[in-house]
Design a protein around this ligand. Sequence first.
Ligand SMILES: Nc1nc2c(ncn2[C@@H]2O[C@H](COP(=O)(O)OP(=O)(O)O)[C@@H](O)[C@H]2O)c(=O)[nH]1
Ligand SMILES: Nc1ncnc2c1ncn2[C@@H]1O[C@H](COP(=O)(O)OP(=O)(O)O)[C@@H](O)[C@H]1O
Length: 206
Amino acid sequence: MIDKKGILFILSGPSGVGKGTVRKSLFEKDTDLKYSISMTTRPPREGEVDGVDYFFKTKEDFEQMIADKGMIEYAQYVGNYYGTPKAYVEEQLEAGNDVFLEIEVQGALQVKENFPEGVFVFLIPPSLEDLKNRIINRGTETEDLVHSRLQAAKEEIEMMDYYDYVVVNDQVDRAVQTVQSIVKSEHCKRERVAFEYKKALERDEK
Ligand SMILES: Nc1nc2c(ncn2[C@@H]2O[C@H](COP(=O)(O)OP(=O)(O)O)[C@@H](O)[C@H]2O)c(=O)[nH]1
Ligand SMILES: Nc1ncnc2c1ncn2[C@@H]1O[C@H](COP(=O)(O)OP(=O)(O)O)[C@@H](O)[C@H]1O
């Protein structure tokens, strides 16, 4: 059978590397990808909207979703839960649409277990110094949290080997273009497989 399902793309990398920035810029350009909105127990930051940036939930509601097996993956990150609701992703993939996740590293490893055919992209900063500056400049964390996010980042960067692609986020536009090229190239790969499959079928019929 030729697989008509959509492709699952996972963008991951350390906090502060620019995942959110790259994802937002990508979605301003590419309307074919479906973004899976994550669920979290962290409070909304100023300007964030429930159901747009995240589904903001209480700890009890989040734990209920886990118990109901409603999440593809979830992780505790700097004291809060973050996770990907299952239903939307499965519906979209089944309908042939590509789905895009922007998640941290522990969650990405869980997705790899359940969706090994997913395309895993790891975003890295040009340097750890750049990463530190980005987290500080964003101004959303206290000094303690900057430290714990940087500690987590050092461990996360070691997970790079598990990914299909590594993209350096030196300039946002360049990183977005690279991600777009990856999406195109993955489509070409699958079309090529489908073409070979069709040729093999025709040979068998002769
Ligand atoms: N595992 C997992 N991580 C997520 C999910 N959604 C967001 N994250 C990650 O959780 C981390 C913290 O997110 P957030 O508090 O919004 O801060 P920021 O992304 O660093 O601005 C980031 O690395 C996000 O990419 C999710 O659904 N699952
Ligand atoms: N290529 C880049 N060059 C310089 N600053 C960047 C770049 N990409 C993102 N930033 C900045 O770095 C900070 C962290 O980006 P963000 O998207 O919140 O990271 P993440 O979602 O990975 O935690 C933000 O202030 C953002 O404007």
